[in-house]
Design a protein around this ligand. Structure first.
Ligand SMILES: Cc1cc2nc3c(=O)[nH]c(=O)nc-3n(C[C@H](O)[C@H](O)[C@H](O)COP(=O)(O)OP(=O)(O)OC[C@H]3O[C@@H](n4cnc5c(N)ncnc54)[C@H](O)[C@@H]3O)c2cc1C
Length: 462
């Protein structure tokens, strides 16, 4: 039987990054992946394909709606949907191959098959091969949640996976769930000409976000043509070969919505099917997350768990950071994950990026001991040149220390801008630090400086 120092189960951004770090630290490492392709949800059916389609549809929408203002004229713009999907596949393939290359370079053994624990030290793969390891890292990720009366057929009732691989642009799409995945995919199809209706049970979209961000995004997306039913429950559905009728309840009244595609994006749950965790004593929470301590150790000493499989925001970079920290701790190094510095991004247009505490959370925790500053992109010269002036930057600082404890951006390239906030939180920077740092002009990041100046009571452009 083969023996390894570290066996990683799952090759998503948690697993593959953990495997590479383990190999770098000199551990004899293996990664077991049940799918043919490495890279997990993120590379194959998550972050990467969704961002490809968001980019393609954004370019198309720009051509239709904004190019004329820039003096750019064209005869006819049309979508070749098959080519758009082919490009997405090509990008995914390139990155998946990249992971395989990194495994080779780092001499990581790769085994294709589904892992199952037959004892705390031994796993069986596809009921054939067996291997032993001194340390196991569980990185088996998550899966989409379906509704009891709306099971995925990935034709009419689709999960995000199905929505990323449609063969034609739907005429009408109902999206159940106004979370990050729901609004991103709704944006893609709205831009391509689909009539999109989002049904959300809560009174706001993207609910963990700062309230002002959630409200602003809702207004912007409505302007772009998306229809929202908030405070609305989906009661039942009738599904036929190529359409569905959804019954919703809003303000006590029932009504029907018809669609040729229904995207159910009501959340994801941790995935550990077939691993046999209960049998070896790895315990889970009531919601199905594997329980870990601050070193990512499960209830079995040499078995660790990371990423979507454990409680926390389901984000690729969180999974990767946890993978690195776990392996470094196994190696006896000091390592930790600073969750305050894990940014949450929504790749709508404009983008949304959030970091640290929301204003509501900060008020609940610190009461009046916070200061808040905002700067709007309509006053930012670079945003004006781009023609993308919607949104704002909001910074939250702690009064006594002046430390940055939250940053929330609705605006162009927010996913890139938030990097400044990440670094500031990592380095425990103050609002004064950010306000004094010279920012290039004209740049979108000047809005961060201005928001800090605003919080400090001395805005230049406010
Ligand atoms: C549509 C969509 C868009 C997203 N966009 C973003 C984004 O923009 N940014 C972001 O940060 N996050 C995004 N996410 C979330 C992100 O994809 C996940 O948080 C991330 O992939 C979790 O990584 P992971 O390594 O924990 O698990 P996963 O990526 O899910 O990988 C788990 C792997 O384990 C394998 N596996 C499972 N069980 C076994 C077994 N028994 N044996 C062997 N292999 C097994 C699976 O096949 C899979 O490959 C998105 C998700 C979706 C669905």
């Amino acid at each position: 039987m083969q023996k390894f120092d570290v066996a990683v189960i799952g090759s998503g951004p948690g697993g593959y990054v953990a495997a590479i770090r383990a190999a770098q630290l000199g551990f004899k490492t293996v990664c077991i992946e049940k799918d043919k392709k490495l890279g997990g949800t993120c590379l194959n059916v998550g972050c990467i394909p969704s961002k490809c389609l968001l980019q393609s549809s954004k370019d198309y929408a720009w051509l239709l709606n904004e190019s004329q203002e820039h003096g750019i004229e064209y005869k006819e713009a049309k979508v070749n949907f098959a080519q758009m999907m082919a490009r997405k596949e090509k990008v995914v393939r390139g990155l998946v191959d990249g992971v395989a290359g990194l495994f080779k370079k780092n001499q990581i053994a790769r085994i294709e098959g589904k892992a199952h624990f037959i004892s705390p030290n031994t796993i069986e793969i596809d009921k054939k091969e067996h291997l032993e390891a001194s340390h196991f890292i569980l990185a088996t990720g998550s899966e989409p949640i379906s509704l009891p009366f709306l099971k995925f057929d990935e034709k009419v009732i689709v999960s995000s996976t199905g929505a990323l691989s449609l063969t034609k642009i739907p005429k009408r799409m109902v999206v159940i769930g106004g979370g990050v995945i729901g609004v991103e995919l709704a944006s893609v199809y709205n831009r391509l000409g689909t009539e999109v209706i989002i049904v959300e049970m809560l009174d706001r979209i993207c609910s963990p976000m700062d309230l002002s961000v959630s409200k602003s995004l809702l207004q912007i997306l409505k302007k772009q043509g998306l229809t929202f039913h908030l405070n609305t429950q989906v009661l039942k559905a009738t599904v036929s070969k190529d359409s569905a009728q959804i019954t919703i309840k809003q303000d006590g009244e029932q009504r029907e919505l018809n669609a040729d595609i229904v995207l159910v994006s009501v959340g994801r749950r941790p995935y550990d099917e077939g691993l046999g965790l209960a049998e070896i004593g790895v315990r889970k929470s009531l919601r199905g997350y594997v329980l870990v301590d601050s070193s990512f150790r499960t209830t079995i000493h040499h078995i660790y768990a990371i990423g979507d499989l454990i409680e926390g925001p389901m984000l690729a970079h969180r999974a990767s950071e946890e993978g690195i920290a776990t392996v470094e701790r196994i190696a006896g190094l000091k390592a930790h994950v600073n969750y305050m510095a894990i940014a949450n991004v929504i790749y709508t247009e404009p983008e949304v990026a959030a970091l640290g505490l929301t204003e509501e959370d900060a008020k609940n925790l610190l009461g009046p001991q916070i200061k808040v500053g905002t700067s709007f992109f309509k006053g930012n010269p670079r945003a004006r040149c781009l023609g993308e002036t919607e949104g704002f930057v909001k910074v939250i600082g702690e009064v006594k220390s002046d430390r940055l404890i939250g940053m929330h951006i609705v605006g162009p390239q927010a996913s890139e801008m938030i990097g400044e906030g990440v670094m500031a939180i990592e380095k425990r920077a103050s609002l004064e630090d950010l306000a004094r740092a010279p920012h290039a002009h004209p740049s979108l990041c000047e809005a961060i400086k201005e928001a800090c100046l605003n919080a400090l009571g001395r805005p230049i452009h406010g």
